[in-house]
Design a binder for this molecule. Structure first.
Ligand code: 13P
Length: 252
């Protein structure tokens, strides 16, 4: 049985103070959510404050990015995975399409970041997803396969047991245009097949694949009914504690 994961990616929104306030508002609203893991990903400057306030709760904290270097060093502006762990986080998002698009993160960089995250004891949430152009050209499956294979190259079998994949079609992010449950299910099943071929049937069976792209309180339950959708990575609708709690409590 794969335990679902509902994660909120706060992107570059909220100061440290606002992040703590939202986290504290969320805490009681999801306190009974034993059916899934709940994760929030605030900006770097808010991580420690949020993690400290959430200690002992059922909400875990993720960073939105980490350095591809494992050790400390002269890398101005970077934050190492072990520093993120030290701040009280358990997860880190790597390879988000916004980082691929605006910061030119290629698959081999995403793979290095995932490896750095795992070495630091973090779970890596590895994002993949095609653009609208790639989908319209019939290249969605090939694109996502290439990203999955490239972003996870160099990971050992035990590493793979500690990652989560998030499928986020770029055309559905922040657009209000969510993939239909059928479109998402097709891609999730495909990602699991790729995983089974490249690694093992057992690894594929236990891999959690999250969907992201305009997930809202009113479309989460349709998505969660699909057999290969193991949760959601939520952007805009995670910024409010109330709407994110409705998504977490999709079964209620
Ligand atoms: P939206 O939910 O705002 O479409 O963002 C999705 C996303 O990018 C989560 O990482």
């Amino acid at each position: 049985m794969r335990k679902p994961v509902i994660a909120g990616n706060w992107k570059m929104y909220k100061t440290a103070g606002d992040s703590v306030a939202t986290a504290l508002a969320l805490k009681p609203l999801v306190a009974n959510a034993n059916h899934c893991e709940v994760i929030i990903a605030p900006v770097f400057t808010a991580l420690k404050g949020v993690a400290d306030r959430l200690e002992g709760s059922n909400i875990k904290v993720a960073a939105q990015n980490c350095a591809s270097e494992k050790s400390e060093g002269a890398y101005t502006g970077e934050v190492a995975a072990f520093m993120i762990h030290d701040a009280g986080c358990s997860h880190v998002i790597v390879g988000h399409s916004e980082r691929r698009q605006y910061f030119l993160e290629a698959d081999h960089i995403v793979s290095n970041k995932a490896q750095a995250a795992l070495a630091a004891g973090l779970t890596a949430i590895v994002c993949v997803g095609e653009t609208l152009e790639q989908r319209d050209q019939g290249k969605a499956l090939d694109t996502v396969k290439e990203q999955v294979v490239g972003s996870l190259s160099g990971l050992t079998a035990s590493d793979l047991a500690r990652i989560i994949v998030a499928y986020e079609p770029v055309w559905a992010i922040g657009t209000g245009r969510t993939a239909t449950p059928e479109q998402a299910q097709e891609m999730h099943a495909f990602i699991r097949r790729v995983f089974a071929e490249r690694h093992s049937a057992a690894a594929a069976e236990s891999l959690r694949v999250l969907y992201g792209g305009s997930v809202k309180p009113d479309n989460i339950s349709g998505l969660m009914k699909c057999s290969d959708i193991d949760g959601a990575l939520v952007g805009g609708a995670s910024l409010s504690a109330e709407s994110f709690a409705k998504i977490v409590n999709y079964n209620g």
